[in-house]
Ligand binder design. Sequence first.
Ligand code: SAM
Ligand code: SF4
Length: 328
Amino acid sequence: MIDPFGRRVSYLRVSVTDRCDLRCVYCMAEDMTFLPKAEVLGLEELERLCGAFVRKGVRKIRLTGGEPLVRRNVMSLVDGLGRLVKAGALDELTLTTNGTQLAKHAEGLAAAGIRRINVSLDTLDAAKFAAVTRWGRLEQVLDGVMAARQAGLAVKINTVALKGVNEGEMDRMVEWCGRHGFDLCLIETMPLGEVSDDRTHQYLPLSLVRRRLESRWTLAESDYRTGGPARYLTVAETGTRLGFITPMTHNFCRSCNRVRVTCTGTLFMCLGQEDAVDLRAPLRASESDHLLEAAIDAAIGRKPKGHDFIIDRGAAPAVARHMSVTGG
Ligand code: SAM
Ligand code: SF4
């Protein structure tokens, strides 16, 4: 799949549910309305959808959400997609999770063929964690992270840099990740969906975070790339990687290799644009995948050049949908 700007689309992110057991302040409002179950694709439908993308050239699938591990029986989907990895049809299956259910699922994820996971963790301070996630308990997530490590999964920690919340904790995050052998990726907040807090209060430019970190750590340039938006450095003192995702200060669209599908089968060709293609109707219209594959081709032909995020006081979100709909 090659888009109109010559980019090869080889990476599919699948939001398996819009639901979540946390309510992170930058991601969701506390009183979110979730999709009625009838609109959501069944796990077998999701697997069929992924299979069509794999036949079209997708080599990597990431399951996300919402919180993917709160979807009932999600492991049946993980196992099904894991078989594609084992058969060589897919290079990698991976997962982004908030970690709350990891203690329960880490072994199963590893057995299914997952080798690496991303765990979102913004702070190591229990009170701040409770404040940022509204409903979360830090200890549960730390237990999950350690279970993942125990199961042999490589863990990357994703941390959203939040002004006045975790900006004083960055050294500690680098140290903690280094000690446990986890890579760390810092992310700037993006204006996605209405949340109750004012985002101009949350936005912390990573250029500033990096300057501060450099006074304590030796950050060496690295040519490690995952094909995604992150730029990686190596922390000389720990040997682990430190990534920066800066959608607000650095445009990463030129090398974009991904599309995103929601749990209702809506395909978004860009995280920061409204244009989308419905894949549920062609999926359900026929038992063969011809209609589905034609719809995928048409969608890739419409992948836009990039996004245009601006965080400004009073500005509307760049797109109305929340990150939990399209997946991070
Ligand atoms: N629930 C899972 C989790 O938290 O990892 C997967 C879905 S979550 C939407 C994926 C990632 O998006 C998380 O790392 C989260 O911190 C990030 N995220 C959510 N809303 C965001 C926003 N407005 N700006 C930047 N990152 C955001
Ligand atoms: Fe849930 Fe992840 Fe959004 Fe937090 S960032 S509310 S854990 S979907």
